[in-house]
Design a protein around this ligand. Structure first.
Ligand SMILES: C[S@@+](CC[C@H](N)C(=O)[O-])C[C@H]1O[C@@H](n2cnc3c(N)ncnc32)[C@H](O)[C@@H]1O
Length: 307
């Protein structure tokens, strides 16, 4: 591969970069040598996707999906119009950086761009550029919308953030050429599965407390019923002989009597792994937390039964 490998082009709540090591150990052993199809139904910033694409060039194909239309529009734009996107991002970056030192003007600029983004009147590339601009300049890289699908995260306090990472956008564009990009509910990815398919699920996590709710990436909430619907989908995949790996929060770490996931996935392999979460408004809470890695592979190297 020429140049640097593609990496996530967004900051995203629940980014999986730090869990790659444990996910790697849970992968099917023959993935490097067999023509696997890789499906990621909740792609977000795609940390696992890019790692898989960089490390398994043999992959037959990859399919990514997310319910967030604006996120998927950005993926599609990077895949098909990287140069146009880069030109717009360069303008946004130059304009924003030229305001450095003048907080009032910087704020004005940020909120004007946020309003423009929410009008959703720009071209496909213009919307994608605004999506990346907001992600790079907003508070903590959050993506949060209200019921009307209006992005409402305030400005962050970064000095001269990189808004246009040209080299990575080109690398991502190249990597996405073998990826089918879908927008919708996770269940419709099933029709893209064939023999030797690996699904990696990173759904919105079940919140550890009422206030730690970072699961509002889209205007509809991913509540407990949704978690149950996802488990039912996983059981269906298991019956169809597809392999899957799923991440979620370890609610038991917060309340040892909370057996929600242990009960829900009692038929599968549950592993507790350490994870450092970066997106937390309160720096004191950015410590180490346990997360769950669940798989339907009986021989997963890391297999540890839930305690
Ligand atoms: C935890 S994030 C994924 C994090 C990602 N793997 C990463 O590395 O950054 C969960 C994603 O699920 C998406 N989502 C929420 N409900 C969904 C649904 N019903 N079907 C598909 N995607 C959904 C959200 O838009 C969000 O991008």
């Amino acid at each position: 591969m020429a140049g640097k490998p593609a990496k996530p082009f967004l900051k995203w709540a629940g980014g999986k970069t730090q869990l790659i090591g444990v996910i790697e150990k849970a992968l099917p052993k023959n993935i490097a040598h067999t023509n696997y199809t890789y499906i990621e139904p909740f792609v977000g910033s795609g940390a696992v996707l890019f790692w898989v694409l960089n490390n398994f060039p043999n992959l037959k194909k990859a399919i990514i999906n997310d319910i967030n239309k604006d996120l998927i529009n950005t993926y599609k734009t990077i895949a098909s119009r990287p140069s146009e996107l880069i030109s717009i991002l360069q303008i946004l970056q130059n304009e924003y950086h030229s305001l450095e030192g003048n907080e009032d003007n910087k704020k004005l600029y940020y909120y004007q761009k946020r309003e423009l983004y929410n009008s959703r009147k720009e071209t496909q590339s213009g919307q994608a550029a605004l999506f990346i601009f907001l992600n790079r300049t907003c508070f903590n890289g959050l993506y949060r919308v209200n019921r009307k699908n209006e992005y409402n995260v305030p400005m962050g306090s970064y000095k001269k953030p990189t808004i246009c990472d040209q080299e990575n956008i080109l690398a991502v564009s190249e990597a996405l050429q073998k990826v089918e990009i879908l927008c919708g509910d996770f269940e419709h990815t099933l029709e893209y599965a064939d023999n030797n398919t690996l699904f990696y699920f990173d759904p919105p996590y079940k919140p550890l407390s009422e206030t730690s709710s970072f699961n509002s990436y889209a205007k509809d909430e991913f509540n407990d019923n949704e978690q149950v619907r996802l488990k039912e989908f996983c059981s269906k995949l298991d019956m169809l002989n597809h392999t899957w790996i799923l991440s979620n929060s370890d609610v038991k770490g917060k309340d040892e009597n909370d057996n929600f996931f242990d009960n829900l996935y009692s038929d599968f392999n549950i592993q507790r792994v350490e994870a450092k979460r970066n997106i937390n408004a309160n720096p004191e809470k950015r410590g180490k937390l346990k997360e769950l890695l669940i798989t339907n592979q009986v021989n997963s190297k890391n297999y540890v039964r839930a305690i």
